[in-house]
Design a protein around this ligand. Structure first.
Ligand SMILES: Cc1cc2nc3c(=O)[nH]c(=O)nc-3n(C[C@H](O)[C@H](O)[C@H](O)COP(=O)(O)O)c2cc1C
Length: 368
């Protein structure tokens, strides 16, 4: 979708990409990223290292799911300085997703609405591609979902864990995409408990050969606090390794200005999602009570926004939409801001920031 190459191709690519349909621009960006082996690896800073889910992240800034749905460019993204990459959502069988147009840029609001609907090349194509790069190292998580027509959706998640456990750094169980009808019902207590029981069981089974792969749960920001109570309780009792908060929102904040596009169906991401997703992150953090770490996702478009996510309870962050508007320079800016925060407060590591503001955030009026 994306003028991701800002700062690399110096404004050459970005104006071109912005004239294209968002999905064509995204396809072109993926093609350009395949050239990234020609680019030098961005040097890391040891002070940004984070340990979570028994994994050592070189820095806490990840590429969110949806950018590289078919695991085509994870190594290019790692080389460009992301601390980790989440590929997918992958479905067991290939499927095309919803008809185009299905991605919309809200230029004035710096937001994106998408209703892609899990377009995926499917496990048979993606597994060998991903397995071929597994030895290259780096943290590449796999985000999994169910086919739209699956008769037993939980069985799709189980099948994908069985197949990908040995080659994934972690697996994210995505029950929060708004674009597959009924998928988010898997967040309801009884369905979620059954799903997590089955995926954890599949993970334990796979662990006999592959070792235990960390299992994360990605939730929607559109949950009541009562629903969140249930979800966190089940995630804790089923012993997931972490949660991602969260996916795109089906809500439309009243102050959106791109009036022509706000009525498009789908999930909203980017800057207009920041307040809601950060509130849900803090609400999740206070319920999890440190039992497992959280990844904060939604509307991160500056160093300050990334620091706010950490302070609301995230040990790691992921971003996607802001790269459309800011380009890759944003990644370097966020990492510099994190270093700045450590130096300013004389902190040993980023863990000292995590959750510092969670209680305060939950006491604020509910974001509009
Ligand atoms: C075009 C697009 C496609 C996405 N596809 C997926 C997906 O396949 N699976 C998923 O879990 N999240 C998907 N997401 C959600 C992102 O991973 C992320 O949770 C959300 O966009 C909030 O982060 P952001 O505001 O930085 O974009 C997608 C987002 C966008 C914009």
């Amino acid at each position: 979708m994306i003028g991701l190459f800002d700062g690399l191709f110096d404004g050459l690519a970005r104006p071109l990409l912005r004239t294209l349909d968002p999905e064509d621009a995204h396809a072109l960006t993926l093609k350009m990223l395949k050239l990234a082996p020609l680019l030098a690896t961005v040097r890391g800073d040891k002070r940004l290292a984070v340990r979570a889910f028994s994994l050592n992240f070189p820095n806490p800034v990840g590429m969110a799911a949806g950018f590289d749905k078919n695991a085509e460019v994870p190594d290019a993204l790692l080389r460009l300085g992301f601390g980790f990459v989440e590929v997918g959502t992958i479905t067991p069988k290939p499927q095309r997703g919803n008809p185009r147009p299905r991605v919309f840029r809200l230029d004035t609001d710096c937001g994106v609405i998408n209703r892609l609907g899990f377009n995926s090349e499917g496990a048979d194509v993606i597994l060998p591609r991903h397995a071929a790069r597994a030895a290259a190292g780096g943290i590449v998580g796999i985000n999994i979902g169910a086919n739209r027509d699956a008769p037993d959706r939980a069985a799709d998640y189980v099948a994908l864990i069985e197949r990908f456990a040995s080659v994934a750094s972690y697996v994210t169980v995505n029950v929060s995409s708004p674009n597959t009808p009924g998928l988010r019902d898997l967040q309801h207590a009884a369905a979620l408990d059954d799903l997590l029981a089955r995926v954890i069981d599949a993970r334990e089974h796979a662990a006999e050969k592959a070792g235990p792969v960390p299992l994360l749960l990605k939730i929607a920001p559109d949950l009541s606090l009562g629903e969140l109570d249930d979800i966190v309780g089940i995630a804790r009792s089923r012993r997931v390794d972490g949660m991602i908060v969260g996916n795109t929102t089906v809500s439309r904040p009243p102050n959106l200005r791109d009036a022509a596009l706000v009525r498009e169906a789908g999930g909203l991401s980017g800057r207009p999602l920041f307040a809601l997703s950060t509130r849900m992150l803090a609400e999740t953090y206070v319920r999890v009570e440190g039992v497992f770490p959280l990844i904060g996702t939604g509307g991160i478009d500056s160093g300050a926004a990334a620091i706010a996510k950490l302070r609301a309870g995230a040990s790691l962050v992921q971003l996607y939409s802001a790269l459309v508007f800011r380009g890759l320079g944003l990644l370097a800016e966020i990492k510099a801001a994190l270093i700045g925060a450590l130096e300013r407060d004389n902190l040993e590591n980023l863990g000292d920031l995590v959750g510092a503001d969670a209680a305060a955030v939950t006491a604020e009026p509910w974001p509009q």
